[in-house]
Ligand binder design. Structure first.
Ligand SMILES: [Zn+2]
Length: 133
């Protein structure tokens, strides 16, 4: 991925975090997946009064891309306070479509803080998927 695309992916994730609906946790998370078609799909976490219905930003982005017809991904960026890694559920959902994807984690409070890690390192023993290894 070239630098311009990487910066656009990170910026989209940061922008999406500002659109999060997180009145319960106040933990705003944004994500952006880069489709093989070159389109970047944003997602934000969407909470609910019935906490279990909450959807994470990563899954929002993936589901948005798949709903638009793209299900092959080149990279994902996730923006949050502290630049935290995705939860287990999101790791498994990412694995479904992109088992060898690189994950960029950006701290929205310190945007020069970007960590890059492979999904294989985050989820070394996934539940097997049709696309996966
Ligand atoms: Zn999650």
């Amino acid at each position: 991925m070239d630098n311009k695309l990487r910066e656009a992916l990170l910026a989209t994730a940061v922008e999406a975090s500002q659109k999060a609906y997180a009145p319960y946790s106040q933990f705003m998370v944004g994500a952006a997946v880069l489709g093989k078609n070159g389109v970047i799909y944003p997602g934000a976490n969407v909470e609910n009064a019935s906490y279990g219905l909450t959807n994470c930003a990563e899954r929002s982005a993936v589901f948005s891309a798949v709903s638009a017809g793209e299900n092959h991904f080149e990279a994902v960026a996730i923006a949050s306070s502290g630049g935290v890694a995705p939860c287990g559920a999101c790791r498994q959902v990412l694995h479904e479509f992109a088992p060898r994807i690189n994950v960029l984690l950006i701290d929205i409070n310190s945007k020069e803080q970007v960590t890059e890690i492979s999904l294989e390192d985050l989820l070394p023993d996934p539940f097997p998927s049709k696309n996966g290894a």
